[in-house]
Design a protein. Sequence first.
Length: 130
Amino acid sequence: MNLDSLRAYCLSFPGATEGLQWGDDLLFRVGNKIFVSVSLGSVPQCMTVKSAPERCAELLEIEGITRAAYVGRYDFLTLERLDLLPAAEMRQLIAESYENVRSKLPRAVRAKLDGQQKVPRPTKTQRRSR
């Protein structure tokens, strides 16, 4: 998987945004929370994703996958290269990372991402007129 296909795939998720931070890190976020980070300054480029705790141990057995610096205790993993795994597996890791981060967002934010409109609460005068 190359950077262009990774970028297109990450931005295909509902509510996904991108931005540069910390100098040369390309971050993909949902609800202002990072689900994929790509270090543009490293050669080869490396990618960080959030894994589920039960899957984390399995992925750490693969050579080239390590716990991410600073956030590894939250089950973030770093892949040393963008071509470390076949493209289908990389897409699966990205999708899982998106869902892992999205599931921790507040319910109102998740509803907004799903396109559901929040029903406004009635005002005091509307409640009195009932």
